[in-house]
Design a protein around this ligand. Structure first.
Ligand code: CA
Length: 665
């Protein structure tokens, strides 16, 4: 087969050479450029441009004075160089100038592109900018360090959209909707309670996970006064921060510097920063910045040459191809080094191949093995790449130290994401106990879980709890408040909905694995019942910081849960083996109830044994618990780590729709 392909490609290269452009029989035949100097290498003496465009018959470099207006002041021919690249060095200081490439395929000049490795741009990311990155570093950047992290199970993820965080007048923040909002301390809501970054510190989360903050398409950066909203899952320039979140999208250095100021500020507050990365597709297809360099190479096509669409957004990238893989690895490494990013959440990770994901892990390990990687272990639609090669949930054991989201625990707790009216364990539905237990053991192998009774998976799919993200809601679909309201039993009261909510998050924050929460859930945030708010206005998406005052009881409970988890390593066991040895389920035989003990000072726990009981029933239930003196720290919707009560009774009553947590010394 290989010989045949070689001959075919040789013939096709020879044939197409007559037309002045190069054609290859398969994507594997494209030359691979190994160097790390793609597109621009800047110094005050010269700018070297090297663009990978192996199928081009000619490539031009266009130089501009401006990021958006006017014609090119120079139009230069690039020279064909090694491994499909085109080279040109301009021996001048081009700082402050802008450029694009233009590729000719056969006789046709394609539209201009700033390239795909581009790291700074003018407004709306149309032209690449030449800046000196050393000048974008905020004061003290050289001393910026990642806050300490021992195990991935010590992480608490807080998923937030840059705009939602500060846009409400109730935030008291000046730089509303901007990266700089994360640098403002001392901000308050109208009742004088802490908001913004001070709130995050007070809440106790360890990692902020930012919704897409690279340059995306849907917001016109020249018309920010229109206050349009979008989540940002429509990538334009993967290596450039979004201009709409900067105070001046026209100046290429501003967004770079302000992004760094945000990271520096969060790091100073001992909070790590994670980026949501969306390498699985681009906003444009035929005219994307990638496709204007090497048509079709970076994307998967169907056998009939139409664009395959596992992203549901019109195209899907091809991580298995050498230069796309190289791009993804270098892009992630770039964010981790230039911007000191501490982790990456891969959107629709199931579109990417396992080999690429593991290569990214290996590259990040060289920088710092505590950089966290996780992703959605699924696709939005079918993909031409064979499923056994893809980074989907069921292949998670083949992913090295990369975590996946557990939709199993999510939907067991709150009910179906798709059918809003279907409730889950916390709203009083039984038969979901095994799925809750599966969440408790962090999707690992445990002798006391019956995997045949799970709602989605039928087997444990990760090696260790470090590989599972436990959650009950995120930006997608309804907020937890809305979902529980939509799926509520007809006679459920508002007080009961709060109970359901607290119980759901108690399972998330006490389960083994990595807990994840959607920003504002701690304030009892709602999104007015809307299922998909990707372009809903601020009135739907904003965090209303006055909710912190009106829902103080809920906020205190969430804060208590986080404090319980941060203070007690029994809930943060890093290995499957330790979970198997120290986590024992109680044979309660009461429907809609799950109970377990974490034994014998597990994982350095100060408490000898910890007993956890979840009651999904809308009535109190009595259960038998092991003998001994139990100190209760969580009960009936209250948490107090100094103790709520203690006793020796072996019959314990769990309050309706709530969790009880207790320990023996
Ligand atoms: Ca943009």
């Amino acid at each position: 087969m290989k010989i045949k392909f070689f001959l075919m490609s040789l013939i096709s290269i020879l044939l197409s050479a007559c037309h002045g452009s190069v054609k290859y029989a398969t994507f594997d035949d494209y030359p691979v450029y190994e160097g790390s100097d793609l597109e621009l290498t800047y110094s005050a003496q010269s700018s070297k441009f090297r663009v990978w465009a192996p199928t081009a018959s000619a490539v031009k470099l266009l130089l501009y004075d401006n990021g958006i207006d006017g014609g090119a002041y120079e139009n230069l021919d690039m020279k064909s160089d090694e491994n499909g690249t085109w080279l040109l060095e301009v021996e001048k200081d081009l700082k402050g100038k802008f450029y694009t490439f233009q590729v000719k395929i056969k006789e046709v000049w394609l539209d201009e592109t700033p390239g795909m490795w581009v790291k700074a741009t003018g407004v709306n990311g149309k032209r690449a900018a030449i800046i000196d990155f050393a000048e974008t570093n905020p004061e003290g950047w050289e001393n910026d360090v990642r806050p300490p992290l021992k195990n991935f199970t010590d992480i608490i993820l807080y998923e937030v959209h840059v705009r939602d965080f500060s846009i409400s007048p109730s935030s008291g923040i000046k730089n509303k909707g901007k990266f700089l909002a994360f640098t403002e301390h001392g901000t308050k809501n109208s009742a004088g309670e802490t908001t913004g970054i001070d709130h995050l510190k007070e809440l106790g989360i360890t990692h902020v996970h930012l919704l897409p903050s690279f340059d995306y398409a849907s917001i016109d950066e020249t018309r920010l006064n229109e206050n349009k909203y979008n989540w940002g899952y429509d990538p334009v320039n993967f290596n450039v921060p979004e201009g709409g979140y900067s105070t001046n999208p026209y100046d290429p250095g501003t967004r770079v510097k302000e992004f760094k100021q945000m990271v520096q500020s969060l790091h100073r507050s001992k909070i790590r920063v994670i980026m949501d990365v969306v390498y699985n597709h681009t906003a444009a297809s035929k005219n994307s910045h990638l496709n204007l360099l090497v048509p079709n190479y970076f994307y998967r096509l169907n056998t009939d040459s139409t664009w395959s669409n596992a992203s549901g957004c019109g195209n899907e990238t091809a991580s298995e191809r050498a230069m796309m893989r190289k791009f993804m690895i270098e892009s992630v490494v770039y964010w981790a080094t230039e911007y000191h990013i501490d982790g990456f959440r891969f959107d629709l990770m199931g579109i990417h191949d396992i080999q690429t994901m593991n290569a990214i892990r290996a590259a990040l390990d060289k920088i710092d093995p505590t950089i966290f990687m996780y992703g959605e272990g699924w696709t939005a639609a079918s993909s031409p790449l064979a499923e056994d090669k893809r980074a989907v949930k069921k292949n998670a054991k083949q992913l090295d130290n990369i975590a996946v989201f557990s939709d199993d625990i999510r939907d067991a707790l709150k009910g179906s994401w798709m059918k809003a009216e279907i409730p889950g364990f916390v709203s009083g539905i039984d038969s979901l106990e095994e799925s809750v237990k599966f969440g408790v053991v962090g999707a690992t192998q445990h002798a006391e879980v019956d995997y045949s009774k799970l709602i989605y998976s039928k087997a444990p799919y990760v090696n260790n709890p470090t590989q599972i993200i436990n959650y009950v809601s995120c930006h997608d679909d309804m907020s937890l408040v809305d979902k529980l309201n939509e799926a509520k039993p007809l006679d459920a009261t508002d007080d009961e909905l709060i109970r359901f909510n607290k119980l759901a998050q108690t399972v998330v924050f006490t389960s083994q694995g990595v807990p994840f929460m959607y920003a504002g859930e701690e304030l009892y945030r709602n999104k007015k019942g809307i299922h998909n708010t990707y372009q809903s206005p601020d009135s739907i998406n904003k965090i209303d910081w006055n909710f912190k005052t009106s829902n103080k009881d809920i906020y205190d409970y969430y804060k208590g849960l986080i404090s319980l988890r941060n203070g007690h390593p029994a809930f943060r066991i890093p290995t499957q083996e330790m979970v198997q040895q120290h986590l024992k389920f109680l044979p309660l035989l009461v429907p809609n109830v799950v109970g377990y003990i974490l034994t014998d000072h597990v994982n350095g726990e100060e408490w000898k044994d910890v007993l956890v009981l979840y009651n999904g029933n809308r009535k109190a239930v009595k259960v038998n618990i092991p003998a001994g003196e139990w100190n209760v720290v969580c009960h009936d919707g209250q948490i107090n780590l100094s103790g709520l009560a203690s006793g020796n009774d072996t019959i314990f009553t769990i309050a309706p729709s709530s969790a009880s947590i207790m320990y023996q010394k």
